[in-house]
Design a protein around this ligand. Structure first.
Ligand SMILES: [Zn+2]
Length: 125
């Protein structure tokens, strides 16, 4: 789960979607607002897709409904926090996934780590 990135994409038609190849979860926040749909429901739903990739859509929906009441407050806040996080995520040894979902490749691990450190320092507030 650590190398997944959660981005806000308000242009897509779905509430959320999981890209297994790129390890990106996209969440349509404004669609939730428009339809008064629960964001936490979708965040859990997409997380379960990642955890149980072989489970059907129906299975994931049922599991979401059954599990959501038992998700603790701190787990919920972790789930909200990682959505739209400004931290780049390391992919393998020479690449980073930027917060907007773009994959950035580097010539060396050192160059990658240097870039990541600067990006983190920039976003510290
Ligand atoms: Zn689904």
């Amino acid at each position: 789960m650590r190398d997944w990135i959660w981005v806000i994409d308000n242009k897509m038609r779905a509430y959320g979607e999981v890209d297994f190849d790129q390890r990106i979860v996209r969440i349509n926040k404004s669609l939730h607002k428009r339809n008064r749909e629960q964001l936490i429901d979708t965040l859990l739903h997409e997380e379960l897709h990642i955890r149980y990739p072989l489970l059907s859509e129906r299975g994931i929906c049922a599991l979401t409904e059954r599990t959501l009441p038992y998700v603790s407050k701190s787990r919920r806040s972790t789930m909200y926090r990682r959505l739209g996080s400004k931290r780049p995520v390391t992919i393998g040894t020479k690449a980073l996934r930027l917060p907007d979902g773009e994959l950035k490749r580097f010539k060396s691990k050192r160059a990658r780590d240097q870039f990541a450190r600067r990006a983190r320092a920039r976003n510290r507030t």
